[in-house]
Design a protein. Structure first.
Length: 162
């Protein structure tokens, strides 16, 4: 009996009776991508905010993007991140604390404020953020990419998204 393997690398163990079984090998990345969402968002807002936040990381960290995909028929698909993206939730206070920790550690981040739900284009988005002082931003989400331990400390107090 062979179990499914979802990792990019596989090892096989031979059990009694000569049966080979595939074992999942988890790759440990030196860095981490994390999205932190405010816990009072509606479902459509969570999905929308996550998409916008990770686009900032993808645009500024091209080495995080893997190779393009193709199916068995040769149909080409766009590449994606080569490592997992953790999606977490937390209170407004948890989000503000994470924002401050990311800035104090010098870890680049993307942010999404509540004002951006009312805008319709990138220019207006940037203007909405630019109009508010840093300590008064009404953050609904942020995304960070950095060393694992730094990201863990930044998102401390958040929980995995359900």
């Amino acid at each position: 009996m062979t179990s499914a393997c979802w990792a990019t690398s596989r090892t096989y163990k031979t059990h009694r009776g000569g049966e080979r079984q595939c074992c999942r090998v988890t790759q440990r990345f030196e860095t981490k991508i994390a999205v932190l969402l405010r816990d009072d968002l509606q479902t459509w807002q969570r999905v929308n905010v996550t998409a916008f936040l990770v686009s900032g990381i993808a645009a500024t960290e091209p080495h995080l993007i893997g190779a393009p995909y193709a199916d068995a028929d040769g149909t080409a698909y766009l590449p994606m991140f080569r490592q997992p993206v953790l999606v977490l939730t937390g209170s407004k206070e948890t989000l503000n604390a994470a924002h401050a920790r990311a800035l104090s550690r010098g870890v680049p981040l993307s942010i999404f404020t509540s004002d951006l739900f009312a805008t319709g284009n990138d220019d207006d988005n940037r203007a909405a953020v630019r109009a508010v002082p840093r300590n008064q931003l009404d953050l609904v989400g942020l995304a960070v990419h950095g060393p694992r331990n730094a990201v863990d400390k930044i998102v401390k107090g958040a929980v995995m998204h359900p």
